[in-house]
Design a protein around this ligand. Structure first.
Ligand code: AMP
Ligand code: GLY
Length: 417
């Protein structure tokens, strides 16, 4: 089978890597891909939202399966476009992807189908929102209703912070014109529960945890993710069963009933609160960097999973009984303005027997140089998390590059006594 992967980050590199382990793949393209992906697939210079160009490429090259990485491609309607052309594609339609692209859609759906989540109210007027916040008090959570690259959520600890966020979102339209979901503040460990979903059928992956903040101790600004690990010792089998039966399956069934059945990866961003597990958000795709630690644990053939979901069949997943932990090396300054263009050495030694997924690199002769905010995700593996962390740290030290930083505390919650 000839396969096309859409996207250009660490997640897509992990997907390409999993595909390259399948004997069913005779050819892998990635659009647009990156310098690291180019070692395992042929990169094609088509952007993730150039929907018609992607479709034409797939038709011309006899692509038998296309896998969508980023949400922007889903929101641009790539799945709808491929389906109309009779092409097999793994990912939800634009209508089903609203579970991620519209917070209001997601919250209303959860409300109507009694799926546990934080209490909320939706506002489009600044004054009304401000009054509600004053009445509810802080801490409180404000979410811009649309795609904002992970930057549209403010957890306000003071009324001033809440007011500033409401002004940004509703008066100054900082992310564009849109509504705001004002949400009850919840507390507890968060985890990412990604499931393969095909209509009403749901197959869970192993759970993982992301570290969204830039600096150690979960301090500093929100990022696209500074590291991840799997499995999670504080999530029990019973927790996972609850998440599957009370959250993920009912959500998949709700989307079927609403006339927009979901096919692809439904990602539950869940929190284990003192009052039970609740949904913080849904995503309509693989998580990044969770995918970089979850797919290395997949021992069954991923082509069967992608095709089974896309064709409405059944799938079987087999997971390795070991731990993975990924550390992201990022450019100094990220997530704000950052420096780039520095040669990276030692990646090959660092990757040996493990995995390095490229997030933001370009080719530099035979080697690589930095080109993005997040540069690479270095994944270690071990019989338990302590061994996986050791392995990842050992690899990180082998990478030589100026002006990078990383968090040395990835997985801290798992090591707390
Ligand atoms: P989201 O983009 O919705 O996942 O939100 C980004 C981050 O904000 C989450 O990972 C949480 O850490 C935090 N957050 C979102 N909603 C809540 C909530 N209701 N209570 C507490 N923290 C939240
Ligand atoms: N790791 C969070 C996300 O993919 O949205």
């Amino acid at each position: 089978m000839k396969v096309l992967v859409i996207g250009s980050g660490g997640r897509e590199h992990a997907i390409v890597d999993a595909l390259s382990r399948s004997e069913q793949c005779e050819k892998i393209w990635c659009a647009p891909g990156n310098a690291g992906i180019a070692r395992q697939a042929e990169c094609v210079a088509i952007g993730a939202t150039e929907v018609e160009a992607l479709r034409d490429f797939a038709v011309e090259h006899g692509v038998g399966l296309t896998v969508v990485g980023p949400e922007v491609a889903l929101a641009a309607g790539v799945v709808d476009c491929f389906r109309e052309a009779g092409l097999r594609i793994f990912g939800p339609t634009k209508a089903a992807a609203r579970i991620e692209s519209s917070k209001e859609f997601a919250k209303d759906l959860m409300h109507r189908y009694a799926i546990p989540t934080a209490e909320y109210k939706v506002f489009s007027e600044y004054e009304a929102a401000r009054e509600y916040v004053a009445r509810e008090g802080v801490p409180i959570v404000l979410k811009y209703d649309g795609l904002a690259a992970g930057k549209g959520v403010v957890v306000a600890m003071t009324e001033e912070e809440a007011d500033e966020a409401l002004k940004d979102m509703l008066l100054d339209d900082k992310f564009g014109e849109g509504k705001v979901v004002v949400e009850e503040f919840l507390e507890g460990p968060e985890f990412s529960y990604m499931c393969f979903v095909s209509g009403g059928k749901v197959w869970p992956m192993v759970s993982a945890q992301d570290h969204k903040r830039a600096y150690e101790g979960d301090k500093g600004p929100n990022t696209g993710g500074m590291g991840a690990y799997s499995p999670l010792p504080f999530i029990t089998e019973e927790d996972e069963r609850y998440a599957l039966e009370r959250i993920m399956k009912p959500t998949a069934e709700a989307l079927v009933k609403e006339g927009c059945p979901f096919e692809g990866v439904l990602y539950g961003g869940l929190m284990k609160t003192p009052k039970g597990i609740k949904v913080i958000e849904f995503n309509a795709r693989f998580g990044d960097p969770e995918t970089e630690v979850v797919l290395p644990r997949l021992e069954s053939d991923i082509v069967d999973a992608f095709c089974g979901v896309a064709d409405g069949g059944d799938i079987a997943l087999k997971w390795g009984d070991y731990a993975t932990l990924g550390i992201v090396l990022a450019s100094k300054g990220y997530p704000d303005a950052y420096v780039k263009g520095f040669p990276i050495r030692g990646l090959d030694q660092a990757a040996e027997g493990g995995w390095i997924y490229h997030m933001g690199t370009t080719a530099d002769g035979e080697g690589f140089k930095t080109s993005g905010g997040r540069v690479v995700c270095i994944v270690g593996r071990g019989r338990d998390l302590a061994a996986a962390r050791e392995d990842a740290r050992r690899r990180v030290v082998l990478v030589e590059c100026e002006n990078l930083f990383h968090r040395s505390d990835i997985g801290w919650r798992a090591f707390e006594k």
